[in-house]
Structure formats: structure tokens, C-alpha cells
Design a protein around this ligand. Structure first.
Ligand SMILES: Cc1ncc(COP(=O)(O)O)c(C=O)c1O
Length: 409
């Protein structure tokens, strides 16, 4: 496999030539990635030439609707699903909120339990836990407090009595970053008669999901972390989408991709999501990756992962060798996303501020992963320093980061 051409990659991101953004080395990607130029151009074109009610019987409206459909069609093809399985919402938090309303009605009168983890971002935790107020039984699948690992063996006893209807878990956590075996966990859930719902927000920036291979019932991620606009994207199996009570206007309940979208969609941003598919296709073409959209997406995923794992290995080695901090999650880059959180002796935020003064963009805090930090024995007020890379991060930037850490810590 050819290596990722990082110069080509960076030429696709206007941020790298912005006088405001380009001077620092960017390690806040887990907060939100830079958008690729294909997305920026589509957004600008939409606002300039298409900003009318889409699908109406006149040219601008037809073009607007066609671009929104194109986004759904092309993202679906990349993820190996039908377009009707893909819906957009304002954010992943908003999407889980809506799904939780649907699940509340779905479980009403039937009983059943939901499994949640203490590894999840609050977006895939609180909405489910609150259903306990309505009589739904909640079971917590807990991490190992020393390592942060979510062990599938610890899930088995929770599923044993066959009462669980839904298992909610992350593809990887935004602080632990260890990649969970979604296919295995989904198979365990389904084998026990439960649906599997995956928060893919922290993993999707490192490659779009191959939904059929993951075998889950719902996969959610946020386009503003996958080089796109501020949208939440939700992929559902057709039967789960239709089984869950609709949350949209009643006359939209028959259409799977509208059924769980209560608000009117953000037309421009939905349309601009097609730019993410343009970007993946540009990478595939540049690196000679062929096949259908799903194959191209898988090929680009592998290229990105190879680049990222090699780039962050020195950072992980450097952090693991220091005895004045605690590296959260595995040291092996192959077992994790390149989102690297560390517990320091004191609060993390002042250290991130000092790094900021030295040309390193990162942050310290709890990153809405309050429960995971508590489970790891870290006070949320103290927080962790989070250094997050993606495929456009260069070895030179990692070198600058290590040098800055060396002088600040
Ligand atoms: C792992 C994870 N899940 C969910 C979310 C929430 O996503 P959104 O901001 O789209 O609501 C985030 C946001 O940082 C996240 O990191």
C-alpha cells in the first residue's frame, strides 16, 4: 500500500494556509477537525447560489435539493448502506436525544433494560440513563479503572438474562481512545436479543464506518470532526429505524431518513456534507485506490490509519516513558485512535495554555467525558491534557509537540 501523500492532503485544507490557523501545530482535532476545501466550497456555493427552499419547481431550488440528495447518496455508498438509512441532525448529542425519546416510547409497556458504559462521552450516556426515571432498567458496563479498557467479557453477565433491549457503547472513547471491537460487541448484543447503538464520533475521523461489517443497529458521528460542516450523521438499520416510534412530523414517518429528524434540516450543511465524499474520492484517486465507493472509503481508511499510527508512535513512547504523568489508554498506536489524553500532576488547562503560547494548539479539561474520568479516578476539575492528531498531522508537528511538552512539563 502506498503511503499517504500528506502534502497533497494538506493542500485540501484552507486552514493550512490561513494566517490565523497555520502558525500553530494543531492538536485539538478531537474537538473538531479542519474542514476540507471541498466542503467549504460546497457550503459557499450553496449560500451564494442555492439558498432557497430546496426541491421547489425552479432551478436554484432543484439544484439545492439535488445537492442534499447527493450528500445522502454518496455518504451512504461510502458506508455500504442504502441512502434511506442515513439521516442528518444538528449534532450527535441532538441525535441521541431524539433516539432516546424514540426508545422511551419503544420500551413503554414492554419493559427491558439498557446497557450503558462509563467509557462514553455524555452524549451517549445521560440521555439513556435518564430513562431510568421512567422505569427503564439501566445496567452499567464498567471500564477497568486502571486502564480504561471496556472488556467484552464484562458485558456477558449483563446480557445473560435476555432482558436487555439496547446496548449503547462507543467505537472509541474521546479520552481513553482504545478501539472497541464493535463487530464483536454488536454480535454479543444481537445474540442476546438486544440492539447495538454505537457512538462513532471519536473513531469516524480516522475512517468512515463500514456499517455492514460493524454489524450494529445504529452508528452516529459528527461531520464537524470528519472534515465537514457542523452536522450529526446517523446510520440506522432499516428495521430498527422503522421499529422505533417516529420522532418527526407524522406525515414523514413513512420515510426512514426523515422519521427521526424532528427539526427541519440545515439544508446548506447537509448539502455541504457531499464535500466529505469528494474529499475521500480525491484521496482515493490520488493514491490509486479504485473500486466502488465503499471500497474506496475502506482504502482511504487504511491509508489514514497507517499514517496516523506511525505519526503518533513517538508521542506515545515519549509520554509512556515519563513518570510524572499518566498516559490514558494503550501505548500501542494500533490499538487506539490518535487522541492522546494524559493525567498530569496538576490541572491540565494551565498546561494547555502554556503550550498554546508555544505554538501548540490543544486543550485541557474533561471534554464531556466526566464519567470516564471519574471512573479512572481523575477529578473532572483537574481534567486531562488532550493531544489529538488525525491523518493530516505531520511527524514534524509531533516533534514540535514533544519539544514543547519537554520544556513545559
Ligand atoms: C465521543 C463523542 N461522542 C459524542 C460527542 C458529541 O457530539 P456533538 O458535539 O456532535 O453533539 C462528542 C463531542 O465531542 C464526542 O467526542
Amino acid at each position: 500500500m502506498a503511503a499517504l501523500d500528506v502534502d497533497f492532503v494538506r493542500a485540501q485544507f484552507p486552514a493550512f494556509s490561513s494566517p490565523v490557523l497555520s502558525p500553530h501545530a494543531f492538536f485539538e482535532n478531537a474537538g473538531g477537525s479542519y474542514p476540507c476545501r471541498q466542503v467549504v466550497e460546497r457550503l459557499s456555493r450553496f449560500y451564494t447560489h442555492r439558498k432557497v427552499q430546496p426541491y421547489g419547481p425552479y432551478p436554484g431550488a432543484q439544484a439545492a435539493g439535488a445537492e442534499m440528495d447527493e450528500a445522502r447518496d454518496r455518504l451512504a455508498a461510502m458506508m455500504g448502506v442504502e441512502p434511506a438509512q442515513v439521516s442528518f441532525g444538528p449534532s450527535t448529542s441532538a441525535n441521541t436525544y431524539v433516539l432516546a425519546q424514540a426508545v422511551r416510547q419503544w420500551l413503554k409497556g414492554r419493559g427491558g433494560a439498557i446497557v450503558v458504559t462509563d467509557q462514553d462521552h455524555e452524549a451517549n450516556s445521560g440521555v439513556w440513563r435518564r430513562l431510568a426515571d421512567e422505569g427503564v432498567e439501566l445496567r452499567e458496563w464498567r471500564i477497568d479503572p486502571a486502564t480504561g479498557t471496556l472488556d467484552p467479557q464484562a458485558l456477558s453477565p449483563l446480557l445473560e438474562d435476555g432482558k436487555v433491549r439496547l446496548v449503547c457503547f462507543p467505537h472509541c472513547s474521546n479520552v481513553v481512545a482504545e478501539v472497541n471491537d464493535v463487530a464483536l460487541i454488536s454480535a454479543m448484543a444481537r445474540g442476546a436479543g438486544a440492539r447495538a447503538l454505537v457512538d462513532g464520533v471519536s473513531y469516524a475521523p480516522h475512517g468512515f464506518p463500514d456499517f455492514p461489517a460493524l454489524g450494529c443497529d445504529a452508528y452516529l458521528f459528527s461531520a464537524y470532526k470528519t472534515y465537514g460542516p457542523h452536522q450529526g450523521i446517523m446510520v440506522l438499520t432499516p428495521d430498527f429505524a422503522m421499529e422505533l416510534p417516529g420522532q418527526a412530523h407524522f406525515f414523514n414517518h413513512g420515510v426512514a431518513w426523515k422519521r427521526h429528524t424532528p427539526a427541519g434540516p440545515d439544508h446548506a450543511q447537509v448539502a455541504a456534507c457531499a464535500g466529505m465524499a469528494d474529499y475521500i474520492d480525491a484521496l482515493a484517486a490520488h493514491h490509486g485506490i479504485g473500486g466502488d465507493a465503499a471500497a474506496r472509503s475502506r482504502g482511504v481508511h487504511d491509508l489514514m490509519r497507517a499514517q496516523e499510527t506511525a505519526t503518533i508512535a513517538p508521542l506515545l513512547d515519549y509520554l509512556a516513558a515519563r513518570n510524572d504523568l499518566r498516559l490514558i489508554g494503550p501505548c500501542d498506536p494500533l490499538r487506539r485512535a490518535p487522541t492522546v489524553a494524559v493525567e498530569l500532576a496538576g490541572p491540565a488547562e494551565p498546561v494547555s495554555e502554556e503550550l498554546g503560547r508555544r505554538g501548540i494548539a490543544c486543550w485541557g479539561g474533561h471534554f464531556y467525558a466526566v464519567r470516564p474520568l471519574q471512573a479512572l479516578g481523575i477529578a473532572p476539575e483537574k481534567g486531562v491534557l488532550r493531544l489529538s492528531a488525525v491523518h493530516y498531522t505531520t511527524p514534524d508537528e509531533v516533534g514540535r509537540l514533544i519539544a514543547a511538552l519537554d520544556s513545559v512539563l
